[in-house]
Design a binder for this molecule. Structure first.
Ligand SMILES: Cc1ncc(COP(=O)(O)O)c(C=O)c1O
Length: 427
């Protein structure tokens, strides 16, 4: 077996099941689950209809690159949404079966563990005739693993992808002190020289933080200097509070900064949250044509072409915005109600996120004790923040926080907020 598998951590929801083992939830309260970030609003009927209307497609093998119709609907969506030129559907856009599999697969395609590319800059890759073979081999074997940088707390797929690609994850803590931003300026030159891939998540899970143009500018400068690839996870991009201010996207930032070739930048997007179809498994990857060409080749072998009926339904979903605006309205309603309740009595410091559907809430004492107590006494399930983060730079930056996913119906979210308040008042 691949020994790197042994480095994989159990998923946060497994940790949650372990935390609740042997704990009986209050039987006088109906269960409310705000732990999983699974959208629960109804799937729009026209998407389900497009799916069933296209079942004839099951008679054909789909291509890995996906239909032209789907790639065109994605490319046009990117252009409309981010105010950028329509990406080239032959070289810059690939549909994927949800962004999760693509975020994972991407590291497998990008990371180079053969050593030569890992020699610190400015040391150039050895040329034929330079040094003897044995010392070269020794240098390669002894060179440190490539680094994959990710935010912390973070979506755990980044870590597993890095480990299984033979890389070493490096976590940048996002905390209230740094306004939940990744502190790229604090990364040493030596670390950057070993870095091959940086995952960013904007809007962030769990903090909802959106990267600003100046954050992107700095990251692009670093990528130019150290040649690492940027994987921009934007699966929450369509869940935002202000209709007039959608979150800035990676491609949009690049185009605004004159980088219209999207050099070393690839974005990951998804219909799961945007269109309430997490079960359909549909998203896309778009960006740097040179990287996309190799990624597509990799995917051909991985064998992850999208079901033709799903392709047709996805094209219909990307072509429509009305259902997405309605989706946002429902989340806005829940955020307004829940934050107002949680602020009553001034016992909890509630900060509205820039975007996404999570509340990242500071709680008194241990986050896992809070989650366990709330489950036991009020039958509300939420996720301890420390389960979403790793100890890095001396702390677990998720410690003391809980994540509430406002995915349940409005009434259930309101009821949960009241119970959280009651529980907090007793602490
Ligand atoms: C930050 C982040 N990225 C990616 C995903 C994957 O979403 P999907 O595979 O449904 O596109 C999720 C799912 O919850 C997520 O939270």
């Amino acid at each position: 077996m691949n020994p790197n598998i042994n480095q994989l951590q159990s998923y946060p929801f497994q940790k949650l099941r372990d935390l609740f083992k042997g704990v009986a939830p209050s039987c006088v309260h109906q269960a409310i689950n705000l732990s999983i970030g699974e959208p629960k609003h109804a799937t729009p009927a026209f998407i389900s209809q497009a799916l069933t209307d296209n079942l004839a497609g099951l008679a054909n093998y789909p291509t890995t690159q996906g239909s032209e119709a789907l790639r065109l609907s994605i490319a046009n969506w990117i252009a409309r949404r981010y105010n950028v030129p329509v990406p080239d559907i032959a070289s810059q856009v690939v549909p994927v079966n949800g962004s999760r599999e693509a975020l994972f697969a991407f590291a497998q395609a990008v990371i180079d563990t053969n050593g030569r590319d890992r020699f610190p800059l400015p040391c150039p890759p050895p040329q034929a005739g330079e040094g003897d073979e044995d010392s070269l081999r020794e240098k390669i074997v002894n060179s440190p693993a490539p680094i994959v940088i990710s935010p912390n707390p973070f979506y755990q797929i980044y870590e597993g992808a890095a480990l299984l690609a033979g890389a070493e994850p490096l976590y940048l803590n996002t905390t209230p002190e740094n306004a939940y931003s990744m502190d790229f300026a604090g990364v040493s030159d030596e670390i950057w020289q070993r870095t091959q891939l940086v995952y960013v998540c904007s809007p962030g899970n769990p903090t909802g933080k959106v990267m600003k143009l100046e954050d992107w500018k700095f990251l692009f400068e670093l990528s130019d200097r150290y040649q690492f690839v940027i994987a921009s996870d934007e699966c929450y991009s369509e869940i935002y509070p202000d209709e007039a201010h959608p979150p800035l996207g990676g491609l949009e930032a690049a185009a605004r900064l004159g980088r219209s070739d999207y050099k070393r930048l690839v974005m990951f997007s998804s219909l799961s949250k945007r269109s309430n179809v997490p079960g359909m498994r549909s998203g896309f990857v778009a960006g740097d044509a040179e990287i996309m060409e190799k990624f597509l080749l990799y995917r051909t072998y991985q064998g992850c072409a999208m079901n033709p009926a799903v392709q047709a339904a996805s094209a219909a979903a990307w072509n429509d915005e009305a259902h997405v605006a309605e989706n946002r309205r429902l989340y806005r309603e829940k955020f307004a109600a829940v934050t107002a309740i949680l602020r009553e009595g001034n016992r909890l410091a509630v900060e509205e996120p820039d975007a996404a559907f999570y509340l990242w809430l500071k709680v008194p004492g241990s986050d896992s004790a809070f989650a366990q107590g709330l489950y036991r006494d009020y039958n509300v399930t939420l996720l301890p923040g420390s389960f979403l983060a790793r100890e890095a730079h001396g702390v677990n930056p998720g410690e003391g926080f809980v994540r509430l996913a406002l995915v349940a119906p409005l009434e259930a979210c309101i009821e949960a907020a009241h119970r959280i308040n009651e529980f907090r008042a007793r602490l």
